[in-house]
Write a protein that binds this ligand. Sequence first.
Ligand code: GLC
Length: 445
Amino acid sequence: MGTAAAIAPGLRAQGNPRPDPGAATREQRMRWWHEAKFGMFIHWGLYSVIGQHEWAMEIEGVPIPQYEILAQHFKPKPNAARDWARLAKRAGQKYMVMTTKHHEGFCNFDTKLTNYCATKQGPGRDLVREFVEAARAEGLRVGFYYSLMDWHHPDGARCAHDEAARKRFVEYTHGLIRELMSNYGKIDILWYDVDWPLTPEQWESERMNQMVFELQPEIIVNNRNGLPGDFSTPEQHIQASEAGRAWETCMTLNDSWGFQRGDDAWKTPKTIARNLATCARGGGNYLLNIGPKPDGSVPEESVRILEKVGDWLSTNGKAIYGTERGKFSFGTFAEYTRRGNTLYVHVFYWPSHTPAAEWLSFYQPETVVAIGGLKAKVRAARLLKTGAAVKYEQSDIGVRFTGLPNDAPDDPMTVIEVECDSEPSVDHNAIRPEWKRYKVGTRNS
Ligand code: GLC
């Protein structure tokens, strides 16, 4: 790994009292990540054996000695991570982030610091190493999730009011992170989680990040060790940060992070593709979770949904990867992304003909996709699915794409690629200014 000399000195951003390790190299370190847009999150651990979500130990009040028994019964099939990595690749995901240690305290990796780890318990091998190798074999970037909160460690809660316990626990925590940052080659993301019960000062989070950047000068870190880090982490909802601040929405495919046998609340491929476009509109990433079964296999529904999204991305990836944050008010039937002067209109609900559409010349001829408030001049348009040119008529109010097929050309969304003469923005409030008594919201951004 690189040397300390390669790291930017801790910089004090204006108005920010904290040093910001990595600030000087942030843009360069995050270039691939901004381009990537879509990642796979993997929640896998002892909780997977029970199949009742990853908070079972705490929420269901399982005594520690009872819960520990699971460690001997966690016996995944070899190299399950290869299937995850192949699935991520087919889904069009560019990076993977796996739980190395969740709140339950069990380490999925080999460590000298505790026996409560994969090599010394049921699995008998280093599951994190298998994950790293599998992701690399598919050309995917590698991320480690790490929970600071630890329900198993004797000092995990005591550290809040016992200074000796805090010192021990912080040393343990920094030690585990050091191992993760030292033993697996180049790691692309460190995804901290839950910093309860300590403050960043008590966790010694600045020192933690300094160590991480010393060992991994190219790494990207999130904001869940109490410091701003490189990116924000809205959870289960899409919320763009202020311009200039990187963000990533993490979300489950059903309602659970860890494997939950009874959870059938699966999102549709359309919802996933749409969420991905919504994230891209606001310049954010989408980290979508799978919760493998105890043997490591991925629930069939997750596979089905991800493969469908991957099919869609194989023709529509241009409308997602490498797109830039844009100025768009939301549409109820479409989402917008852009790269430079090219606008991508993601149509969720294809406006096939109805008798009403026949009565209004506005909706003629044939199927029309209309966008009010487009602020750029259209030069050309085409369907990403077929490459077919799309006719258009532009007025002061907006643009009408005409002569489209009656049935949606693509599934789950059809994308129209629109070349403009300048950076396209869409402002529905600009359509009829005198109607500004209410404001069309900017959904999630
Ligand atoms: C929350 C949950 C945790 C999950 C994480 C993912 O912090 O406690 O179970 O791993 O969100 O973002």
